[in-house]
Design a protein around this ligand. Structure first.
Ligand code: GLN
Length: 570
């Protein structure tokens, strides 16, 4: 066949871009500006232009991964399919872009140094002095380039674009090697293939609400001093930037006024991509990165419908979340998101009543009866109860009491991971009469162990040694609520992160009394999903279904909780 006459586009679908496109998102002034949401929203704009998008998060800390970090300091640990324990921003990318990332999509100083030191020991740099520049900076660039080409769409298609978010604030000592690597990277991939976006703060001061540009001027100066010239400035502020502010920033920061984007407060995060689109960010990206924009985008239309739907919800549904709190709501971010997704689907406005589980315990009753009363008041008023995952014994008795209350009063209950274990302990104590039933995690007396340590788990190493990542769970019962919620599938594939499990020796006795483990792992030994007979909704999962929830595809166990909480039949 003469290939010259063949229309190649009929054989190979045309690619929207010739080379991988990179968008680097850095941040200045202070942390917590919503860099993650900005980066994810840029991803949505690229996706809406027909590009397949993947994402990389750089965390400049020395930990290899987020697995050993406290969620109360750093926010939740997000678990990936391959068992990677990552920064919560990877969850934002997965939810916004509907992709599945791998542990390599989260780069940390710890990982980069480990890899370089391993190479040095192997002799790969023989004869050379191993240094931050070029060895660490090369390692970072190689890592980014490799992972950017890795498929994340679940269908093995290679990505066209990669959004890279650099954690921390530009100017930090820790992030310096990454900034330098990214500076060099623009020459490696070609300037037409990389776009730098800097997220900054425009505070509003004084009686007339003047928009202050100085913090942004300084952070851009710092970034430029490090050799990175931002193409787009995203300015977080309470209210929309006025033209004067835009022009001033453009003048002082060496960008065009059109490239100064206002990221003001909006009613919900789904408005952010639309807000950026309306300010011409898609055009800016397309002209910098050299790709074509479609005339309209179904994806953005859907985002707009969703953003407006979320705004329109009025009738409330109250879910009591019984956990450990230190004021950082990010510690339960994916659970919160999964509840929100389910609430959009049932058309209700979600109200989470946060209950510190210790405050449900008898001891508080004597030391602070008011707090005890209020906490129980919140629990009793709620339409549904959720006990999320957790580690350590503090507040465990309060969680057990909440599970008991929900079971006895026909209140919809969802227990995630620890929440399943807690419900099992409660059931053994109060239904099977095993008065001291407990978990090996909280009680050393083996006699009491209805939840036991899993044999394969390390007792000496904490990092990356739990039962982690996606594992299949076949259903063992033909008809039950939770299986119906999963569209009667024969098995589910959800993500795990735990060290303990229900004692296999007790399963039969527990099941005979009505608490049925309707899904077990493929060996048939390990309990994965529980459902109580003759209860509107009393479900627990040893896995964490929240990690796979999507705004338009709520996680089935969460949807069940919300449906039951709203009295919707299913
Ligand atoms: N601490 C329990 C375990 O390790 C539960 C873990 C969790 O909730 N993620 O098994």
């Amino acid at each position: 066949m003469n290939m010259a006459n063949v229309d190649m586009s009929s054989i190979f679908p045309s690619n929207p871009v010739d080379y991988m496109k990179y968008v680097v998102v850095t941040g200045g002034v202070l942390s917590g500006l919503g860099k993650g949401v900005t980066a994810s929203s840029i991803g949505v704009l690229l996706k809406s232009a027909g590009l397949r998008v993947t994402a990389v998060k750089i965390d400049p800390y020395l930990n290899s991964d987020a697995g050993t970090m406290s969620p109360f300091e750093h926010g939740e640990v997000f678990v990936l399919d391959d068992g990677g324990e990552a920064d919560l921003d990877l969850g934002n990318y997965e939810r916004f872009l509907d992709i599945a990332l791998s542990k390599d999509n989260n780069i940390t100083t710890g990982k980069v140094y480990s890899s370089v030191i391993e190479k040095e020991r192997r002799g790969d740099y023989l004869g050379k002095t191993v240094q931050v520049v070029p060895h660490i900076t090369d390692e970072i660039q190689d890592w980014i380039e490799n992972v950017a080409h890795k498929s994340s769409d679940g269908e093995n298609n290679p990505p066209d674009a990669c959004v890279i978010e650099l954690g921390g604030t530009v100017g930090d000592i820790e992030s310096a090697p990454f900034v330098e690597a990214l500076r060099q990277f623009q020459f490696r991939v070609g300037k037409e293939n990389i776009c730098f976006v800097h997220v900054s703060l425009v505070p509003v001061m004084g009686p007339v609400g003047e928009q202050k540009t100085k913090p942004t001027q300084h952070t851009v100066k710092e970034l430029r001093g490090l050799g990175i010239i931002p193409d787009i400035l995203v300015c977080r502020s309470e209210v929309s930037l006025i033209d004067e502010t835009r022009e001033k920033l453009a003048k002082f920061c060496h960008v065009s006024p059109e490239a100064v984007v206002s990221a003001h407060d909006v009613a919900n995060i789904y408005h952010v991509p639309i807000m950026m689109y309306r300010q011409g960010v898609s055009e800016l990206l397309a002209s910098k990165l050299n790709f074509n924009l479609p005339k309209s985008s179904k994806l953005l239309d859907e985002w707009e419908v969703m953003a407006n739907h979320v705004n329109s919800l009025e009738e409330e549904v109250h879910i009591a979340m019984v956990g450990k709190y230190t004021g950082l709501s990010d510690s339960y971010l994916s659970v919160t998101k999964a509840l929100q997704h389910a609430s959009y689907s049932v058309g209700r406005k979600l109200v989470i009543d946060w209950i510190e589980s210790v405050n449900l315990e008898e001891e508080i009753k004597s030391s602070d009866s008011e707090v005890y009363k209020n906490s129980w008041g919140l629990l009793k008023e709620a339409d549904g109860v959720l006990v999320p995952g957790g580690f350590g014994g503090r507040g465990i008795e309060g969680k057990i009491s909440a599970a008991k209350y929900a079971r006895e009063n026909n209140i919809p209950y969802l227990g995630v991971c620890l929440g399943l274990q807690v419900a099992t302990i409660e059931f053994c104590r109060n239904v099977l009469g095993m008065k001291n039933a407990n978990s090996a995690e909280f009680d050393d007396d083996e006699e009491n162990h209805v939840v036991v340590f899993m044999p394969e788990i390390s007792k000496t190493h904490m990092g990356g040694t739990m039962r982690l990542g996606s594992k299949p769970t076949p259903f063992l019962v033909d008809d039950c609520k939770i299986r119906r919620l999963y569209d009667n599938k024969s098995y589910v594939d959800e993500r795990h992160r735990h060290r303990y499990e229900v004692n296999p020796e007790l399963i039969e006795e527990i099941e005979d009394a009505g608490l049925v483990y309707v899904g077990k792992d493929e060996t048939g030994q390990r309990c994965e999903i529980m459902e109580l007979r003759d209860h509107p909704y009393y479900v627990g999962t040893q896995y964490h279904p929240e990690f796979k929830s999507r705004p338009n595809r709520p996680s089935p166990p969460f949807l069940g909780l919300l449906k039951a909480a709203c009295g919707i039949e299913f």
